[in-house]
Design a protein around this ligand. Structure first.
Ligand SMILES: NC(=O)C1=CN([C@@H]2O[C@H](COP(=O)(O)OP(=O)(O)OC[C@H]3O[C@@H](n4cnc5c(N)ncnc54)[C@H](O)[C@@H]3O)[C@@H](O)[C@H]2O)C=CC1
Ligand SMILES: O=C(O)[C@H]1O[C@H](OP(=O)(O)OP(=O)(O)OC[C@H]2O[C@@H](n3ccc(=O)[nH]c3=O)[C@H](O)[C@@H]2O)[C@H](O)[C@@H](O)[C@@H]1O
Length: 435
C-alpha cells in the first residue's frame, strides 16, 4: 500500500522504516529538513537499535522515501500516519496538539479521495473527532476521507521490535472501509498479533490508560520504597514477592529513581488535566499523586547522596553513571539522571558524568555539566558514585579496578540493579533506595 508518515521523530522514523519493511511504499515528511536529509541518506537522527539497518533496506529497495513537501505526501498516500509531537503545554499539564492541527491544516487540501488519516500520536480523547470536523470543513467537496486513531505502544530501545512484533494493534475507526484499509496495512503482522478494532474515543483512551497504568505501577513500588525506608524493609524483595503473583507480574516494579522520558510524565499530566476539563477530575486525581511520588524519587536520591558524602556536596567529587532516561536510547527528555546530576552540581559538587550514548543530547540541555567518555574518568577521585541509568555497560564494570581510581568506594545504586554482593566483595559500600 502507499502510506505516508508525517513527523519523523522517535515514533515516526521507526514507523516509516517498519512500514517499508512490511512491504509498503512509504513517503515520510517532517518540518525539520535537516532531519529529512539525514534520514534520506540512511542516518538515523537518534540511537535506536535496528533502525539504521531498516532505513538502509528501505532506501535501497526504494520503498522508503522522504520529502519536505506535504503536497507530495497528500497526493501520494491512501493511508496517512500522523506521528508528530504532542508535548506538555508550558503553562499547564495539558497536551499541546498544535502540531497535529497544523499537519491537518496543511495536508487537507492535498488529500486523495478515499484516503484514511490515521493518528498515531498520543492525544487527549476527542482529538480524532475534532480533526475529522476540521478536515470536513476544509476539504474539497466530493473528496471522501476517513479519520482513524491507531495509537502506538512502542518502547524506545525496543522500538523496531515493538513495531514489527507488537503485543497488539489498536485501531479506532468509524467506518468498515477505514478498518479494512488499516487491517491491510498491518496484514503481515496479524498471524502473531491481535488487532483490536474499536471506536475513535476508545482507541485514544486505550493509549493514555496504558501509560497511566505503567506509571502507576512504577510509582506504587516507589511508594513502597518510601515505606521500606521507614520500617527497614527491602523494596526489591517486596517487588519479587508481588511479582510472583501472576495477576501482578514483576515488570514495571523496579523501584529507584522513577520514570522520565518524553511520554509517561506528560501523558499522565495531560490525562488528569483533560479529565478535569471534562468535569471528571476526581476519577484521575490519583495520577497527580503518581506524578508527585515519581518526582520525589529524584529528591530522595539527592538527599541520600548528600547524606552519603557527610551532609554537604560542597567540594565533593561526584561520579554520575548515566544521563539518558533509561538504557538503550540517547533520549534525555525529562531524564531523572540528568536532573539529579544538575541538582548535585548546583549544591556545590564537582560532577563528572558518563553515558554510553546520551552525552551529545545531555550537553545540549545541561551544557555546564562535565561530560566524560570513560567510566574510569568519571570515577577518578570520586567521593561517591551515582548509578542513575540502567545501562548494561555498568553491569559489566569490574568493581575492584574501578575502586582503585576513586577516592571513596561508595556507590548509590539508584536503579537497584548492580550486583551488590560483587561490589561489596570488592570493597565498595553499596546503598540503594528503598532498603
Ligand atoms: N517516543 C516514543 O517512544 C513514543 C511516542 N509516542 C507519541 O508519539 C508522538 C511523537 O513522539 P516522538 O516521536 O517521541 O516526538 P519527537 O519530538 O521525537 O518527534 C516529533 C517530530 O514531529 C515533527 N513535526 C512537528 N510538527 C510537524 C509538522 N507540522 N509537520 C511535520 N512534522 C512535524 C518534529 O519536527 C519531530 O521530528 C507523541 O504524541 C508521543 O507521545 C507514542 C509511543 C511511543
Ligand atoms: O508512549 C510512549 O512513548 C511509550 O512510553 C513508555 O515507553 P518508554 O518511555 O520508551 O520507556 P519505558 O520502558 O516505559 O520506561 C519509562 C521510564 O520508567 C522507568 N522505569 C521502568 C520500569 C520500572 O520498573 N521502573 C522504572 O523506573 C524507566 O527507567 C524509564 O525512565 C511505554 O512503556 C510505551 O509502551 C509507550 O509507547
Amino acid at each position: 500500500m502507499r502510506v505516508s508518515v508525517i513527523g519523523t521523530g522517535y515514533l515516526g522514523a521507526v514507523h516509516a522504516a517498519c512500514m517499508a519493511e512490511l512491504g509498503h511504499e512509504v513517503l515520510a515528511t517532517d518540518v525539520d529538513v535537516a532531519r529529512l536529509e539525514s534520514l534520506s541518506v540512511g542516518r538515523a537522527p537518534f540511537y535506536e537499535e535496528g533502525l539504521p539497518e531498516l532505513l538502509d533496506r528501505g532506501l535501497t529497495t526504494g520503498r522508503l522515501r522522504f520529502t519536505p513537501s506535504i503536497r507530495e505526501v497528500g497526493e501520494f498516500a491512501e493511508v496517512h500516519f500522523i506521528c508528530v509531537g504532542t508535548p506538555q503545554q508550558p503553562d499547564s499539564g495539558a497536551a499541546d496538539i498544535r502540531h497535529i492541527r497544523s499537519v491537518v491544516r496543511e495536508l487537507t487540501p492535498h488529500l486523495r479521495t478515499g484516503c484514511v488519516v490515521a493518528g498515531k500520536s498520543t492525544v487527549p480523547v476527542g482529538t480524532a473527532a475534532r480533526i475529522k470536523h476540521e478536515i470536513a470543513e476544509n476539504i474539497d467537496p466530493g473528496t471522501e476521507f476517513a479519520v482513524a486513531w491507531n495509537p502506538e505502544f512502542l518502547r524506545e530501545g525496543f522500538a523496531v521490535r515493538d513495531t514489527l512484533r507488537p503485543d497488539r494493534v489498536v485501531i479506532g475507526v468509524e467506518t468498515l472501509e477505514a478498518a479494512d484499509k488499516l487491517r491491510a496495512v498491518y496484514a503481515p503482522l496479524l498471524g502473531e498479533t491481535d488487532l483490536i478494532v474499536t471506536d475513535l474515543a476508545t482507541a485514544e483512551l486505550a493509549k493514555v490508560a496504558a501509560n497511566s497504568f505503567l506509571a502507576t505501577k512504577i510509582s506504587f513500588i516507589n511508594a513502597m520504597a518510601e515505606i521500606c525506608e521507614v520500617v527497614g524493609a527491602d523494596v526489591h524483595s517486596v517487588a519479587d514477592c508481588l511479582g510472583r503473583d501472576s495477576r501482578i507480574g514483576r515488570s514495571f516494579l523496579s523501584a529507584g529513581l522513577g520514570f522520565g522520558g518524553g511520554c509517561l510524565s506528560k501523558d499522565i499530566r495531560a490525562f488528569a488535566t483533560a479529565a478535569e476539563e471534562l468535569g471528571a477530575g476526581r476519577s484521575l486525581r490519583f495520577l497527580r499523586e503518581v506524578d508527585a511520588i515519581n518526582l520525589r524519587c529524584r529528591d530522595r536520591t539527592v538527599d541520600l547522596a548528600r547524606r552519603l558524602v557527610g551532609g554537604s556536596f560542597t567540594g565533593r567529587n561526584i561520579a554520575v553513571l548515566g544521563a539518558t532516561f533509561k538504557p538503550n536510547t540517547d533520549d534525555v527528555r525529562d531524564s531523572p539522571a540528568l536532573e539529579v546530576a544538575a541538582s548535585v552540581q548546583s549544591e556545590g559538587a564537582s560532577v563528572r558524568l558518563h553515558d554510553p550514548r546520551g552525552i551529545d543530547n545531555a550537553r545540549e540541555v545541561y551544557p555546564a555539566l562535565n561530560y566524560v567518555h570513560e567510566v574510569g574518568k568519571a570515577c577518578e577521585g570520586a567521593d561517591l558514585t551515582l548509578h542513575l541509568t540502567d545501562w548494561d555497560d555498568y553491569h559489566d564494570i569490574d568493581p575492584a579496578s574501578l575502586g582503585s581510581v576513586t577516592r571513596c568506594m561508595s556507590v548509590l545504586d539508584a536503579r537497584n540493579s548492580l550486583d551488590a554482593p560483587r561490589w561489596r566483595e570488592a570493597g565498595w559500600t553499596v546503598r540503594v533506595l528503598g532498603a
